[in-house]
Design a protein around this ligand. Sequence first.
Ligand SMILES: Cc1ncc(COP(=O)(O)O)c(C=O)c1O
Length: 446
Amino acid sequence: MALTLPVHPDPLADRLHTSGLLAELAHGLGGPFHYLLPHRFDANLTAFRAALTDSGVDGRVYYAKKANKAGVFTERCAALGAGVDVASLGELSAALGHGVRGEDLVVTGPAKNTELLRVAAQQGALIAIDALGELDRVLTPRGHRPARVLLRVHPRSQPGSRFGLGEEDLDKAVRTCAEAGDRVRMEGFSFHLSGYEPQQRTDLAGDLVELCLKARALGLQADRISIGGGFAVDYVPAGPWQNFLDRQHPDDYHAGKAFTKSDFYPYHSPVSGAHALAAVLAARPAGRKESLAARLRQAGVMLLLEPGRALLDRAGSSVFTVQGIKDRDGYGVVTVDGTSLSLSEQWFNSEYLPDPLLLPARPRTAGPEPYRACVGGASCLDSDLLTWRKLAFPVQPHEGDLLVYPNTAGYQMDSNESPFHELPLPPKVVIDHPHDDTRPRWRLDR
Ligand SMILES: Cc1ncc(COP(=O)(O)O)c(C=O)c1O
């Protein structure tokens, strides 16, 4: 029996998929494309803000721009007064160009180049300092606008992490800031953890609050902490996910490819998105009697967060056209008009698991059994597979059918895209107000 992983029901996406618009766009654009739903981004942002308000915590959401290159999400941040987390000069320029104010940016990433640090300081962006050398480079000459900094800590719970300042360097950095006087504005501390575990975030955030209090004793501002991103996205329901994890086997994949459970993103998460933030705030940091929310309030510390993937949950999907199909030892190999570069997970020795949806060009009657097929890209690489798994299609895909990979806005659609084979990069189509009764309207992302 084929293992299926359908995404959660999404009536709005269903309406869009049956509206005929996607086939028209595939025809008009002449290749694969991504569609984006900015109103979903808005709703996710509102939910994160509500989690802060509900717990009585003064906080600020910064969208981690690295998760998607589209302009529209940054435009939404500017319109809604949200911050943006940028990690390169390109991202910083794009955010400013879409109307986000410099002071609403946080600049993250390791060993930031001098140009990025200079522009960030000039624009009044908050800079997460990852190494002592970076701090030396942002100390401004007297009389200039002081750089606003957070000191990023190396997480003890993730000793293998290459990010952040270890204990000794952190100590030195705090002292450097205290001695630098008005040549730097030390606003607090930050971290970003791999994985999605809420308690680890609560514990480290609790430590950072204590660091703020100590830093204040040295005369530093230290009134905010950033807990980074890592709020899980719940792509598929619990039942199919558990069934998949229990049963998946090399026979389920093209060419007998083998994956272990730990190779996969946790596509089901009982606590995800803004609920994960609420859980982080409601939990007690190790060794403390009160919740993190209460501790932040008592200490007068503001909470910053940098969600990427979770703000993009259900805010975009990727559409390919079936270009060919062949039979291979009892299953099919579908080839689409794009490549797996538009589905980044495929490049991390992993697999993007939510089932793609087949939209037949013409109605066809389903057979007694599903048609099993993997999905390959239109490149000369044998390993260019959008899906190694032998999917269970209700009908055999035909040339001209569309294949919609759902929920790809967070890191999947464009992180790894390149014009390999001189194929054009898939354009992004913004769909505004698809919930109106009128036909969905679209425009190209700027
Ligand atoms: C510093 C920092 N902040 C935020 C994020 C966003 O993480 P996520 O998309 O998992 O929320 C990342 C991701 O790598 C990061 O490195």
